[in-house]
Design a protein around this ligand. Structure first.
Ligand code: ZN
Length: 171
């Protein structure tokens, strides 16, 4: 298990647009594994490559109760359908200790490549839809704080964990 340092909001790399992945390489495979390790170690539900300093269009997400249960790798993801609306608490591993309310679609369909560069489509509702939107935003240099309604607020460790159980998204 290898974890990488998560870039904190204010780091200019988080505001850059990431480049698409053209081919899978051992280096990118290692990056994906490290992204999962980093996300799990920090109890996040998603992580985008720029958060560990790599400007590539790669996202990992796991909103399952058990690790690996609902784990997805999204390479060059494209949101192709959305519907509905949800407003809820969102957090980000790059904005530690804080959260804010963000409105997102309640349903999202995304087209992406998996770790073998095979195309697939993923549909998500509620937390998964929120996580997909949040992580895809990172690939375009958008951090959720720019979409927060009202003020960011401080969350304690405990509340943080509660949020990860369902209502919030840490990515
Ligand atoms: Zn994030």
């Amino acid at each position: 298990m290898a974890t990488r340092q998560v870039r904190i909001y204010g780091d200019p790399i988080l505001e850059k647009v990431c480049r698409p992945v053209k081919e899978m390489t051992p280096r990118l495979q290692e990056l994906i594994q490290d992204m999962f390790d980093t996300m799990y170690e920090q109890n996040g539900v998603g992580l985008a490559a720029p958060q560990v300093g790599v400007l590539r269009r790669i996202v990992v997400i796991d909103v399952g109760e058990e690790r690996g249960e609902e784990a997805y790798v999204l390479i060059n993801p494209e949101i192709i359908e959305t519907s509905g609306e949800q407003t809820g608490q969102e957090g980000c591993l790059s904005v530690p200790g804080q959260a804010g309310n963000v409105t997102r679609p309640n349903y999202v369909k995304v087209r992406a490549l998996d770790e073998n560069m095979e195309p697939y489509e993923l549909e998500g509702e509620e937390l998964l839809a929120r996580a997909i939107c949040h992580e895809c935003d990172h690939l375009d240099g958008i951090v959720y704080v720019t979409k927060v309604e009202g003020e960011l607020f401080d969350v304690t460790e405990e509340e943080d964990e509660d949020a990860e159980d369902g209502s919030g998204s840490e990515g």
